[in-house]
Design a protein around this ligand. Structure first.
Ligand SMILES: [Zn+2]
Length: 67
């Protein structure tokens, strides 16, 4: 898991399109922003997991390009 204050989670869908959720530190929270659809969410815990959930549910993007 990355330790930078700003990071991102990227996944590809079955059409090879990349979807990116950015994770920015905001006080006690992490602010998630999806580049594809503009979805935003603040979360205190497990921001990367929340990002992955969004990518899977909203964009069917489950392929980790770094895996
Ligand atoms: Zn999205």
């Amino acid at each position: 898991m990355p330790s930078m204050t700003t990071s991102k989670v990227s996944r590809w869908d079955q059409h090879g399109r990349e979807h990116v959720v950015r994770v920015a530190k905001s006080g006690m929270q992490r602010q998630l922003t999806c580049d594809t659809c503009g979805w935003r969410r603040g979360t205190q815990f497990l921001p990367w997991l929340k990002a992955e959930e969004h990518l899977t549910e909203a964009h069917q993007a489950t392929v980790d390009p770094t895996a």
